[in-house]
Design a protein around this ligand. Structure first.
Ligand code: CO
Length: 136
């Protein structure tokens, strides 16, 4: 149980698979007016962050075809790849997921971009949506 103040589950970012960041950044940045935020690469993808209020749109461009985003693009084409929720207590959330019978991709939290503890849930148990959980 964490001693951190609880902030409640909210959408942290929506990850969108793209073939080329430069093709989509102008839409989100210039047409929709979302400020660009620098983000580190992660999981074999270059990431462009665009702030939509407290949430981010993350455009994910594969650096290699065998990366998770590269495989996704091959199979499904460009589009929404995952939705990430911030949670107060990742261990407690994963425990509830297990109790609810959900399939976890990460049985244990791992360290994701920005040094946060993250874990993914399998889309087969979440209505077809890959869900990332990230601790505040
Ligand atoms: Co993500």
């Amino acid at each position: 149980m964490s001693d951190q103040p609880r902030r409640g589950t909210r959408i942290a970012h929506i990850g969108i698979a793209v073939r080329a960041l430069d093709e989509l950044i102008p839409f989100y940045r210039d047409v929709l007016g979302l400020p660009e935020t620098p983000l580190d690469d992660a999981d074999g993808a270059r990431i462009a962050g665009l702030a939509a209020g407290d949430s981010l749109v993350e455009l994910l461009q594969p650096e290699e075809p065998q990366s998770p985003i590269g495989k996704f693009l091959d199979k499904r084409g460009p589009g929404i790849h995952h939705v990430c929720f911030n949670v107060d207590d990742l261990d407690a959330t994963l425990a509830r997921c297990r109790t609810a019978g959900l399939t976890l991709i990460d049985e244990q939290p791992r360290i994701g971009a920005e040094g946060k503890r993250i874990a993914f849930l399998h889309p087969k148990s979440t209505g077809g949506v890959l869900i990332e959980l990230s601790e505040y």
